[in-house]
Design a protein around this ligand. Structure first.
Ligand code: URA
Ligand code: CA
Length: 434
């Protein structure tokens, strides 16, 4: 096979075969195919798209490029949840214990945050003592005993995707539906779960800026998952403003605990029930979404979901008393309110800027090796469409620096006060193949 002919084939919009895709991915991973040829191929895919078969083969080739996790020693249907990333997305932190409290095994491998989006692992590490390093044996034993464990990414999963993602980043080929879908799904499939619940975010704080784009991505991922034998469902949800009120690691842990106590903010709680119900149905613990939601609500009212979170914290070395004593979590030295400069209705131009403001405070990483300041961040007091009067606090800044003028400028630059804006829906749609 000659690479140049395969590039030309895709350039003309023809479908590649499984053998051709395997050859390309293997060659690129083993560095017998150079970056310049792969760049040209990626650009051809960007313009000419891929068929459902090609997408599946590409995903499988990337899975095959590295290690896969074997969860077969864990009893029950393993359901993984994945979010395409957003601001104040505390759902994983809540869903893990909530779903596990129903006896559904949650064997979660999670990532660290980068840029304006936070990572579940960073949030958990803000709990004093909590550690995310478990051997595979311990990981499986914890899930079988407690129904839940959350660990950092280990092993050499999907090295082809790592290389391709870095190349796409510098060749303007990240924003391609078949490439994004296969990238995400290869990682989910390699991580070994039986079923997958996807939260595809749409809006200014997300990767996909319009509902149409988000739907295409959701459909592409659901199709790949189901074709690969993993039952997959996608919820398309809003990210035109932070999902919860808290942005920042310890602040989001507190918010997650509040949701588990039944006292969390509405949008976050509603999305947790929607995603959780899909997971419960995928795990075959309920036959309808309505029945599943009822089960989940009972776990919160009875306190079982919160107990499950304590169990998780304790099992991984953390101080489980944080659920009653928030002061045990890292604190910021200063708090500043951001007052509304005028009266009117709140709108948020670009939710990503709010995530970036929290990052500037030290809650996130600008580059991979940055240190995180666990106690800092923001707590929003207003959502899109809320009325404010001049002088009223829009949000509170938690900082370890006295000078937060740069952060305030960023926030004032994206929070507008004026006419009543159109309210975004929380959930746009649920995508399944049936
Ligand atoms: N996230 C991924 O993991 N891959 C992509 O291609 C885009 C977002
Ligand atoms: Ca720690």
């Amino acid at each position: 096979m000659r690479v140049v002919e395969l590039i030309e084939k895709k350039q003309h919009g023809k479908a590649l075969t499984k053998q051709e895709i395997d050859f390309l991915i293997k060659g690129y991973t083993e560095e017998t195919i150079p970056d310049y040829q792969m760049s040209a191929l990626l650009m051809a895919i960007y313009f000419k798209d891929m068929t459902p078969d090609e997408r599946l083969w590409l995903t499988r080739a990337m899975v095959k490029s590295g290690d896969t996790i074997d969860l077969s020693k864990i009893n029950g249907v393993k359901v993984d949840k994945h979010s395409t990333g957003g601001v104040a997305d505390t759902t994983t932190l809540v869903l893990g214990p909530l779903v596990a409290s129903l006896g559904i095994p949650v064997a979660k491998m999670s990532g660290r945050g980068l840029g304006h989006t936070g990572g579940t692992i960073d949030k958990l590490e803000s709990i004093p003592g909590f550690h995310i390093e478990l051997t595979t044996k311990e990981f499986i034993a914890h899930v079988n005993r407690d129904k839940i464990a959350i660990v950092g990414q280990t092993g050499n999963l999907t090295p082809a995707d790592k290389k391709l993602y870095a190349l796409r980043d510098v060749t303007a080929t990240v924003g391609s539906i078949p490439l994004i879908a296969s990238s995400i799904m290869s990682k989910k499939i390699a991580a070994g779960s039986d079923a997958i619940c996807l939260d595809v975010k749409v809006g200014s704080g997300a990767f996909m800026k319009t509902p149409e784009e988000a739907r295409k991505l959701a459909e592409a991922m659901v199709q790949i998952g189901n074709d690969a034998g993993r039952k997959t469902v996608a919820v398309i949800s809003d990210m035109s403003q932070p999902l919860g009120n808290a942005v920042g690691n310890a602040l989001e842990v507190i918010e997650a605990i509040e949701v588990l106590k039944g006292k969390g903010p509405k949008a976050l709680t509603d999305l947790v029930f929607e995603l959780g119900a899909q997971m419960v149905v995928l795990a075959q613990k309920a036959t309808t979404v309505a029945e599943a939601k009822q089960l989940l609500k009972e776990q919160i009212t009875s306190g079982k979901a919160l107990e499950q979170f304590q169990k998780l914290i304790k099992a991984q070395g953390g101080n489980e008393e944080v659920v009653t004593t928030y002061e045990l979590l890292p604190q910021a030295n200063y708090q500043f309110d951001l007052p509304a400069t005028t009266s009117g209705y709140v709108n948020i131009k670009d939710a990503e800027q709010i995530g970036l403001a929290a990052m500037l405070l030290g809650a996130g990483r600008a580059v991979k090796d940055d240190e995180i300041d666990y106690g800092v961040g923001l707590v929003m007091h207003k959502r899109i469409g809320d009325h404010v009067t001049a002088g009223e606090s829009l949000l509170t800044i938690y900082s370890n620096r006295e000078d937060v003028s740069e952060v305030e400028d960023k926030l004032y630059g994206t929070i507008e006060i004026g006419e009543k804006p159109k309210l975004p829906p929380l959930i746009y749609d649920i995508v399944t193949t049936e």
